[in-house]
Design a protein. Structure first.
Length: 449
């Protein structure tokens, strides 16, 4: 073995992929399995919630026009598309409401990963255990590349498109039974397809990132299985991902304390259909609503103190659409104070034009406070000459203030019931909470078609 080849085999990209390729379901602690079940249930709910979004019609029409042999289910649509087209549709609608999970590394892993995996489950019998393991391994890869590239988000990349491609690639490779070497090539192939710009926040293209990441990942796994190659040092190499996509590189994070715990356990779920940094804003308004009855016409001022990232990510004060409102501090404060629950309807085009919400948005003043963490907020509402105050220590949906299993299931049932009916929704929830016992994932997909 020559020196260069030996070095690449011992590199951190290869070590991570070796660990994941060799991992077995039995290696997963019960806490990780439970976290993955939560992720599955939450994501299916997000898909059903997004399955009727008008922008999806444009995506599906295009995919039908160019697509291959229909063999993979588009969830909630009674439709099948080609093997590489269905992941685009499912990934898009899982992300289109900004209601899907957010990992601690600030990417939305489930839309790319699960959308890449499900078409493979329709080609042969895949058990619940197999899918859970691939899901966990894919998320692990994407999150660890994010940890190895700590300034990646700062550079303007949308991590669901970039990290999501690699997460989906490793997940697909795992479900396909790829070897250590093939898994390393899968992440390398996916890394060269990583894309997604934050500039597209508030537009349809932002949500396309998740679907494209899923398709990119699935293609990467299929190519790797057939012997297609890539660099074995695609993350840590001199021109590797963590050097090019981040001004700070920490490649050692790819393998630091692998499986202790699994990154799946650091995943968070959203109670509100907006950018996760806005959750503390809605939480604060709900706190204030609990103190007094709010009369929007008598509110004269809404003051918010937030971490700098909240303003840089969600500084749209006058959104023109539902998509833009998901990145608006003022809109989240307004809908929270006006009595909204923060669900899909509160971030719709109709709610953006609501005169009560429009009037409240104009009363919001935002101040940056560097002493606050990104999941904290202080709020003051002035109404009828009186001040009402709130402080959010940890916003809802984070690891420090997680959604309960009951809350995740309620979110799922709310949206799934509208698409596949209450009876089918209950059956899906029951299967997911016992997913490790499911002999064939196709039994689940039949209920979700």
């Amino acid at each position: 073995m020559d020196e260069t080849h030996a070095k690449s085999k011992n590199g951190v990209t290869s070590q991570l992929c070796g660990f994941l390729a060799q991992s077995k379901y039995e290696d997963l602690p019960a806490t990780t399995v439970h976290a993955a079940q939560r992720g599955l249930l939450d994501w299916f709910g997000c898909v059903f919630a997004g399955s009727t979004h008008p922008s999806l019609e444009l995506v599906i029409a295009m995919l039908q026009d160019v697509g291959g042999r229909p063999e993979a289910t588009v969830l909630g649509r009674k439709l099948k598309l080609g093997l590489l087209e269905a992941p685009i549709a499912n990934g898009f609608m899982g992300h289109v409401l900004d209601y899907d999970d957010t990992h601690a590394t600030t990417f939305h892993p489930s839309s790319p990963v699960l959308s890449a995996l499900l078409p493979l489950c329709e080609r042969r019998c895949i058990s619940g255990k197999e899918l859970l393991l691939a899901y966990v391994c894919g998320l692990e890869a994407g999150a660890r590349v994010g940890r190895a590239s700590p300034a990646h988000h700062k550079g303007g990349w949308h991590l669901t498109g970039t990290l999501g491609s690699m997460a989906a690639g490793v997940a697909a490779a795992k479900l396909l039974g790829c070897t250590h070497s093939q898994t390393t090539h899968a992440i390398g192939i996916a890394a060269s397809q990583s894309a997604g710009l934050q500039q597209n926040r508030g537009t349809m293209t932002k949500y396309l990132h998740a679907g494209k990441a899923a398709a990119n990942g699935l293609m990467s796994g299929l190519l790797a299985l057939r012997g297609f190659t890539s660099s074995s040092e695609v993350i840590e190499g001199a021109r590797g991902f963590c050097r090019i996509y981040s001004e700070i590189a920490a490649p050692e994070e790819l393998i630091a304390n692998l499986g202790k715990p699994w990154e799946m356990e650091r995943n968070g779920y959203k109670p509100y259909a907006s950018a996760v940094v806005l959750h503390s804003i809605v939480d604060a308004m709900i706190q204030i609503r609990s103190q007094t009855r709010i009369d929007p016409e008598k509110v004269t001022e809404i003051r918010m103190s937030v971490h700098p990232h909240v303003v840089s990510i969600t500084g749209i004060m006058e959104p023109a659409s539902g998509m833009q409102s998901k990145f608006s501090v003022s809109h989240s404060a307004a809908i929270g104070l006006a009595g909204g629950a923060g669900g899909a309807i509160e971030y719709s085009d109709e709610k953006v034009r609501d005169p009560v919400v429009t009037a409240l948005r104009k009363k919001v003043k935002v101040k940056i406070d560097t002493a606050l963490s990104v999941d904290q907020a202080r709020a003051t509402v002035v109404m009828s000459g009186k001040e009402y105050n709130a402080f959010v220590e940890h916003q809802s949906g984070t690891k420090d203030n997680p959604m309960s299993d009951t809350a995740i299931e309620k979110k799922f049932m709310t949206y799934a019931g509208q698409v596949i009916g209450d009876e089918a929704s209950r059956k899906v929830a029951q299967l997911i909470w016992k997913f490790e016992a499911l002999p064939d994932v196709r039994d689940l997909l039949k209920l979700c078609a």
